[in-house]
Design a binder for this molecule. Sequence first.
Ligand code: FE
Length: 287
Amino acid sequence: MSTRSLQRIIQSVATADGAGVKLRRSLGSSQHARLDPFLMLDEFYSDNPDDYIAGFPSHPHRGFETVTYMLDGRMQHKDHLGNTGDLGPGSVQWMTAGRGVIHSEMPRQTEGRMRGFQLWLNLPPAEKMKPAGYRDIPASAIPELVFDGGRVRVIAGALRLNGQRVSGPVNGPESSLSTEPVFWDLHLDPARQVTLPLPNEHNAFVYLYEGQASIGGEILLHRAAGVLGEGDRLNLVSGSDGARLLVLAGKPINEPVVQYGPFVMNTREEIEQALEDYRQGRLTEPA
Ligand code: FE
């Protein structure tokens, strides 16, 4: 048994994506700011419609999975498969781009707060060209584990704590992903602590998005990714305002990553193929 320490901080930078949606990017802000199998983590948070109203009009993806987690506000997803999904507070959209997806993600509101996250999770080489898949997970389908001092929403992976065991709707018994992702949203009351088990062989990081917290006496930066060292558990202590953070872990793929915008493959040739397929309108066609 060993406790994971805080090993590295990846600060978030202010940037814009889509048609001008303002966001903060921690993982993915540079090639060196990744944590296998995670490619990118964006946080969008604004009360000003000018920051989000333009949305993410039609665009492609190939070679990985996108996970959108909404805290506040509404977005609508539409894709080439004919799926339409409305994302509301507390809900998740888990999309496997695989061989190719062309979709749009547009706000369903003209005022008020828009807040949430988009995570990019890589696929192993053998799965990059698999058929596209898409899941809408309503807030009510995400279980919550309550403990003395806080609660955890379990989006992916299973959590065992104080004799309770909660399995998330993703990577649970009926849908297993080869990176075995863990995606938890943890809320800690003021000045409390919790020890969460995390699979030893996973790479893991936390993202503090509200309040204050520390790991092994090291203070986490607000809106930054805190990359964890090895171990089979994580001990977190919250500050005087409590803390809200994402806990993310996944099995590393250990293969080269070549990214060009929304295409993430293993070689340059595969990227060129993706661009060629996209130009010729074949990105989403079955192999
Ligand atoms: Fe997208």
